[in-house]
Ligand binder design. Structure first.
Ligand SMILES: Cc1cc2nc3c(=O)[nH]c(=O)nc-3n(C[C@H](O)[C@H](O)[C@H](O)COP(=O)(O)OP(=O)(O)OC[C@H]3O[C@@H](n4cnc5c(N)ncnc54)[C@H](O)[C@@H]3O)c2cc1C
Length: 340
């Protein structure tokens, strides 16, 4: 039977290190566990519920009076292969980067650019995680689900997941209706390297050859020079999504701020860099007046817990950044972090 803890601190379960309590914390391993929760456990009554993976993209404001389901299943299985691809099924509770390390070690290509992204496999289709020109949707073959209604299982194809920029069906129609139990990835035996993004190609030139391992090493190196590690300073990565605007609006802004970076997005739209917008407001390295929360001094997109911050302290900093960006650029920054 699954482990259920009551009135437990979630501090070590969220990368912002917010000390809130959960009424119930349930450590999920198999669909049978969810079935138990629904029929006999705390989900048997009308009670709020959330799924908590690695907690690297969630901000808790208050104690959570409901049920927190935390997947801890963590196996990897090669389910099939053909001459070009392998199909690898990874459990929701497995640390994402362990899957990347496994794939790179075996010579399977497709997720090496997603090296070092914190969090677990279960959230990868939910968030459609992405970095350095690659998104999880490029290699997700199927997502295996368990229903909160009756504990039944079901599998969605890549197309059925309705992936978009940091989003999927699991953030909308299927939110809190299905738990991602595992994900099958389609990885290439003869990988096509994606090296055009940022300074990946330039860094790779310092290596003798381009290999999956070298790409992984380069990306880990770039990330650690830019992003604070949650184990060293509590944070949830990019706090805001990069705003996407119609080209006409982006061009008008570009006239006012010629040095503003812009990137092409889908449907003829244009993506702006949220971090750049915040930095232009002079907020890089900002610390709130109580000293507990602030904005990272190297990466303006990252809000940090400087010591014993509450969720409200973090939220206050985010509202301040949103207000300043709106005043200067007339743009509403939308949080990427999920606020509970
Ligand atoms: C330093 C740092 C750097 C980061 N860099 C990147 C980056 O480069 N690219 C990027 O895309 N993200 C990045 N992130 C954000 C984060 O790593 C991803 O969003 C990651 O997928 C979150 O995984 P998690 O397991 O921590 O999910 P959580 O934060 O626990 O949950 C995220 C969402 O997924 C849902 N969820 C989690 N598990 C399941 C499940 N099994 N079934 C159904 N729903 C589930 C949760 O309910 C929640 O809605 C970064 C974060 C940090 C702290």
């Amino acid at each position: 039977m699954m482990t259920i803890q009551e009135n437990i601190s979630l501090k070590k379960y969220n990368s912002l290190g917010i000390d809130v309590k959960a009424r119930f914390l349930c450590h999920y391993k198999t669909p049978i566990d969810l079935n138990y929760l629904i029929t006999e456990g705390p989900l048997n009554r009308d009670i709020e519920m959330i799924i908590l993976g690695g907690g690297t993209n969630q901000l808790f404001i208050n104690d959570f009076e409901g049920v927190v389901i935390h997947p801890i299943n963590d196996s990897i299985e090669l389910v099939s292969e053909d001459s070009d691809f392998v199909y690898i099924k990874a459990d929701a509770g497995l640390e994402w980067d362990k899957l990347v390390a496994y794939a790179v070690d075996k010579g399977y290509g497709g997720i090496e650019n997603l090296s070092d992204i914190p969090g677990n496999v279960g959230a990868s289709p939910v968030q459609n995680i992405g970095a350095y020109g690659v998104e999880a949707k490029d290699t997700i073959h199927e997502v295996h689900l368990v229903s909160f209604h009756d504990g039944s299982t079901m599998t969605l194809s890549n197309k059925e997941c309705l992936f978009g920029y940091r989003t999927s069906i699991f953030k909308h129609k299927f939110k809190n209706r299905y738990l991602v139990d595992s994900v099958t990835f389609k990885l290439a035996k003869n990988p096509v390297f994606v090296t055009h993004y940022g300074n990946v190609a330039a860094e790779l030139e310092k290596k003798e050859t381009v290999t999956l391992q070298n790409i992984r090493d380069v990306i880990i190196g770039i990330r650690s020079s830019k992003l604070p590690k949650p184990s060293e300073i509590s944070n949830a990565g990019s706090f805001f999504k990069n705003p996407i605007l119609p080209e006409i609006e982006a061009n008008a802004l570009k006239k006012q701020f010629p040095e503003m970076p812009i990137y092409p997005a889908s449907n003829g739209q244009v993506k702006l860099a949220a971090g750049w917008l915040i930095e232009q407001c002079g907020l890089k390295g900002y610390t709130a007046s109580n000293g507990k929360a602030g904005i990272h001094d190297k990466q303006a997109l990252v809000i940090v817990n400087k010591g014993n911050a509450s969720g409200s302290d973090i939220l206050e900093v985010s509202h301040f950044a949103q207000m300043k960006v709106f005043e200067k650029f007339d743009i509403n920054l939308e949080p990427e972090v999920i606020i509970i």
